[in-house]
Design a protein around this ligand. Structure first.
Ligand code: CP
Length: 319
């Protein structure tokens, strides 16, 4: 594996999941693999889980980590080529990425979409330029269109909890939830992409107008009736996203889409997932979050082992 930006960078998804589960049992088995190697973690947006879980994963592998909140601590970045740099953007990503490549052996970058121009966001300029100009393996810490470290941790969690007595594939339902702000499509895009590479029955439910880009959902069963979609679910993944077609806009704030216990009773005693942070009683009812079906903390804990499996693979394949 050269970079980790989507499920398409992974040769064998199931092997990576199993490796993360092995690492969970013995986190220090490769504690010298990253000795004298430096991981740079560059954030253009806030983070709790991604930042700390990836730092911990690197430490478990013996790596040094340097973290920079580039949006607050660095020079404002110009990403367009061919512009005369007479605005407030003091540094071009060409030099910034190349310099990071001098200091770091592996680079992680978080770069959210602006949600203004769909083509700009879906072109993933920052991620692509970091790969092109750093000359180092790059890990997406959530880009404009995907959050692969989250999706891998989600799949690890589903794999470790999938009931082995079922004589069918586990049914996984991604359900849209209300929110007060327009959010990116990165988490649901990515979750769909990883589920469609896995041995699960995958259903997406959302109000009309919230269809995700087909490149991420081709092969998924899309059902607009949430109650119908939830029937017999083994896992329910709750997430808000803004519209892809009416790009970046909120089209619906119907509170009846929030998962509560009444809706949960329609499922097959489903485990409830959310990538966090979550707005209580806006996206997801407190009674569900605090209930015994919620696995959001275990899911966040697995972020360490997902990141560690990815860093381990990059270290083994590139050095
Ligand atoms: N789920 C997730 O990526 O959390 P952070 O935004 O806190 O990193």
């Amino acid at each position: 594996m050269k970079n980790f930006t989507s499920v398409h960078d992974v040769d064998n998804v199931q092997a990576l999941v199993q490796d993360a589960l092995s690492i969970k049992k013995d986190p220090y088995a490769f504690e010298n693999l990253g000795k004298h190697k430096t991981l740079g973690l560059i954030f253009l947006n806030p983070s709790l889980r991604t930042r700390l879980s990836t730092q911990k994963a690197a430490a478990n592998l013996g790596m040094n980590t340097m973290v920079m909140n580039l949006d607050k601590e660095g020079w404002a970045l110009e990403t367009e080529d061919g512009v005369i740099m007479n605005s407030n953007k003091a540094e071009h990503i060409r030099e910034a990425a190349a310099v990071l490549g001098q200091y770091c052996d592996i680079i992680g970058i978080r770069s959210f979409p602006q949600l203004r121009n769909r083509d700009d966001d879906y072109n993933e300029l920052i991620l692509k330029k970091m790969i092109n100009f750093s000359g180092r393996p790059v890990v997406s810490l959530e880009s404009a269109t995907r959050h692969p470290l989250q999706s891998l941790a989600d799949l690890v969690t589903i794999t470790e909890l999938a009931p082995d007595f079922l004589n069918r594939k586990p049914k996984v339902v991604l359900t849209w939830a209300p929110h007060i702000k327009p959010l990116p499509q990165a988490v649901p895009n990515s979750f769909a992409e990883w589920m469609l590479k896995s041995d699960v029955e995958f259903v997406i439910t959302h109000p009309e107008g919230y269809e995700l880009a087909e490149e991420f959902t081709n092969g998924a069963n899309i059902i607009y009736d949430q109650d119908k979609a939830l029937q017999d679910a083994d896992f329910v993944y709750v997430k808000n996203w803004s519209s892809y077609s009416d790009y970046g806009h909120i089209l619906n704030s119907d509170k009846s889409w929030m998962l509560n216990n009444k809706k949960l009773y329609k499922t097959s005693n489903a485990r409830v997932m959310h990538c966090l942070p979550v707005r209580r009683d806006v996206e997801l009812a407190s009674e569900v979050l605090d209930g015994q079906n919620s696995i959001v903390i275990q899911e966040a804990g697995n972020r360490v082992f997902a990141a560690q499996a990815v860093l381990k693979q990059l270290l083994m394949d590139n050095f």
